[in-house]
Design a protein around this ligand. Sequence first.
Ligand SMILES: Cc1cc2nc3c(=O)[nH]c(=O)nc-3n(C[C@H](O)[C@H](O)[C@H](O)COP(=O)(O)OP(=O)(O)OC[C@H]3O[C@@H](n4cnc5c(N)ncnc54)[C@H](O)[C@@H]3O)c2cc1C
Length: 429
Amino acid sequence: MNQPDASAIPGSTGDSLSADLLVVGGGIAGMTAALEAAEAGKTVILVEREASLGGRVVSSNQYFPKLCPPTCGLEINLKRIKANPRVSVFTLAEIEGISGEAGNWSVTIKQKPRYVNMRCTACGECEPACEIEVDDPANFGLSKRKAIHLPHLVAYPFRYVVDPEHASDPRMKACVDACPYDAIELDMQPTTVSATVTGIVWATGWRPYDATKLTNLAFGQAPNVITNVMMERLASRTGPTEGKIQRPSDQKAIAKIGFVQCAGSRDENHLPYCSAICCLASMKQATYVREQYPDAEIHLFYIDVRSPGRMEDFYEKVKADEKIHFHRGKVGKITEGSNGNVILHAENTVTGEMKETEVDMAVLATGMVPNTDIDPPPVETPRDDYGFLAPNGSGIIGAGTVMRPYDVASSVQDATGAALRALNAAGGR
Ligand SMILES: Cc1cc2nc3c(=O)[nH]c(=O)nc-3n(C[C@H](O)[C@H](O)[C@H](O)COP(=O)(O)OP(=O)(O)OC[C@H]3O[C@@H](n4cnc5c(N)ncnc54)[C@H](O)[C@@H]3O)c2cc1C
């Protein structure tokens, strides 16, 4: 179900919705919280800002440690959501206002227009007719997409969406004419929906640290310095190169690559904390390179390797590859070398020895920043110095990476507990 009318939610009447739980953010944490509550018999409103559920895991190529595609887990969750009439999903929606207290919250949901109605079958006829091309934000500008597009291959809802800034462009008329189902409505308007809920889970997730702030590491200056999230897209079959890992500047194959750990992390000038997943993400990405280039030399520079608990097995497995070289050292500077190469300047943190390593391409392991640092809940909610939500027994309950940098398994565990805590805080009503 998506964008329901009030009567579609059990217990709702008239123009106002009511549900046991509001979950804000439809990534893996938000979907988990919504499902756990709904499968325990509670009614849930799930509000997602983007045009589809899934969050950041959608743009991953594979998950560590098993190296399976994230679409597997996503499809299972989507199947559960589609099958559960107690979950009402709003995409392209945000929370405008919250008042009240646990047990009796009033919320206002702002619904942005999709410009594509329920008749859309995702047949794709509109896309070739669209003349407007934009840098694809899902691929961090490494490729283009049309102004009307399907968010991704397992999108839910499985419907096209029009970029709001192009909805009034006269060139979009060609898409309307090309649609065999009369599904494109360029005059759709935003709407506002009121709801009362007893508990609220906030799961609005994370974004990558802005690598342009790392001027010493040449991001944005040297084209062959990319970030870890860009690497996920390069390696993905749905990414800008259909999965071929190659240098952005000249599409050269990779013979030598460098991974720069703690790019901005554990650094008082940037992110003072450790994002916990970056070492594992780089090791995972080293396996992507190895799969495509059996002879490539892979250099990983670290302050210390963080692979907690059972992840140590994954570290041991990656370390067994003789051409993956782990260097204890912090990369303080990246400069451009010859023929598009980049040079990593690192200091061994134990011996103080300086080392220069020239590679075809460097990947910056940038950390995770909670979206709640700039976009907190619109009601007083305690946060720490970095914008993560503080554990909170009675108000809005955070879930997943708004609480701390988590991997998927930990986000899922945290979200399950959050759903329970939010319903408990509401007095079990
Ligand atoms: C390079 C890299 C590789 C990684 N690889 C792995 C891996 O292999 N295995 C693994 O276990 N973990 C991995 N992770 C971690 C994984 O991405 C996170 O654990 C996961 O994304 C956390 O999910 P989440 O739901 O908390 O947040 P998100 O995925 O960020 O989802 C949050 C959702 O909330 C929505 N939202 C944001 N603001 C609002 C708002 N105001 N209103 C409504 N909705 C909003 C967003 O659009 C999004 O859909 C990796 C991380 C990085 C940086």
